[in-house]
Design a protein around this ligand. Structure first.
Ligand code: ADP
Length: 152
């Protein structure tokens, strides 16, 4: 049975920290589905979501074990539909831990076949956050060193 993991997130934007989690996850899983949670009526994003899908696809071009999609439902339900038994998430600090701890309990309650797997961030990416990248970009700073693709 194939080991399929979902890597869910907002990815606004997808960063080198996220890429690192996916690349390391590929050592553990056969396939990784990067799933961008998005509700066009409720979510206001900084980077347009369709563009982000294209950027991420570009970052993993040639790697047929990685796919990208949008979703607007419970992650636990998406996992069931995609035969994914694993949820991949990254941990940078205790704040991430507190949050991830709660959502993993809820996901387990919603889908008991689903196991959450956490990878500790690599030190060189520990300070990268989508929120900070949005701020830097908004005021004209160069964010290319933090992204695994070129913005157009
Ligand atoms: P969410 O809004 O669901 O928290 P994010 O797009 O912010 O989504 O993050 C998705 C996942 O990636 C989360 O598990 C988050 O902790 C992790 N993550 C974010 N930045 C990094 C990083 N620099 N290194 C490792 N993991 C990260």
């Amino acid at each position: 049975m194939k080991k399929i993991a979902i890597f869910p997130g907002s990815f606004d934007p997808f960063t080198k920290g996220h890429e690192d989690i996916v690349l390391r996850g590929l050592e553990l899983f056969d396939e990784i589905l990067i799933a961008i949670g998005h509700n066009s009526k409720k979510n206001v994003r900084y980077f347009p979501v369709e563009k982000m899908v294209a950027y991420i696809e570009k970052a993993f071009e040639g790697n047929d074990r990685v796919t990208v999609r949008l979703y607007n439902e419970l992650t636990a339900d998406l996992a069931r539909k995609k035969d994914a038994r694993f949820l991949l998430r990254g941990l940078r600090n205790t704040t991430d831990f507190e949050y991830e701890n709660s959502i993993s309990q809820v996901n387990k309650y919603l889908n008991e076949d689903l196991e959450s797997v956490f990878l500790i961030t690599s030190p060189e990416y520990a300070a990268i956050s989508s929120t900070i990248i949005r701020e830097v970009h908004k005021y004209g700073g160069d964010v290319t060193p933090f992204l695994p693709y070129q913005l157009d």
